[in-house]
Design a protein around this ligand. Sequence first.
Ligand SMILES: [Zn+2]
Length: 189
Amino acid sequence: MNAEWNIRACAATCIRCQRPFADKEMLSSRLRFTPEGYLRDDFCAACWPQRGQPDEEVSAWAAQWHAPEQKAPEPLKKETAESLLRELMETDDPSKRNVIFILAVMLERRRVLAEKEVQIQPDGLKIRVYEHRQTGESFVIPDPQLRLREIEDVQHEVMDLLGIPPPPDKNAPPPAENESKDAENSENG
Ligand SMILES: [Zn+2]
């Protein structure tokens, strides 16, 4: 597994002393860039000062741990920008890189994700690290540095995937009215 993007959830135990975190406990987290890719470490307050490999740290932050809630099953599975982003990040498909990035930008604007860090890798690839405001997960997403024209194309692709109809095209002829009128008449008659 060596995808250029990934999601890293908060651990349930301290990586150093292995103690399970308590609900509402303050912990410290960091993201490291290693030869194996991005790794996330979560520490209890006592272990944080003892951590090693500070030179590999891309981002470090404090967070409050929340015990996972028992989720009620969702009656209706509706595709949202977030569920689509998660699905695409499960894949290793490089052709989805642009869509993944645009979805992340959308979710940042909606204040679902918060940008924590921007990193330039040795090969020049720009990486953006986002934090999910609710779950505390880290989203590591490469920035394809799209041009404006490309952004519009990708936005259309995203709308398609989300099943959102495109905005009306000014150049397109107005929709035919005959059909709907006929339908109304037959209903009345
Ligand atoms: Zn610890």
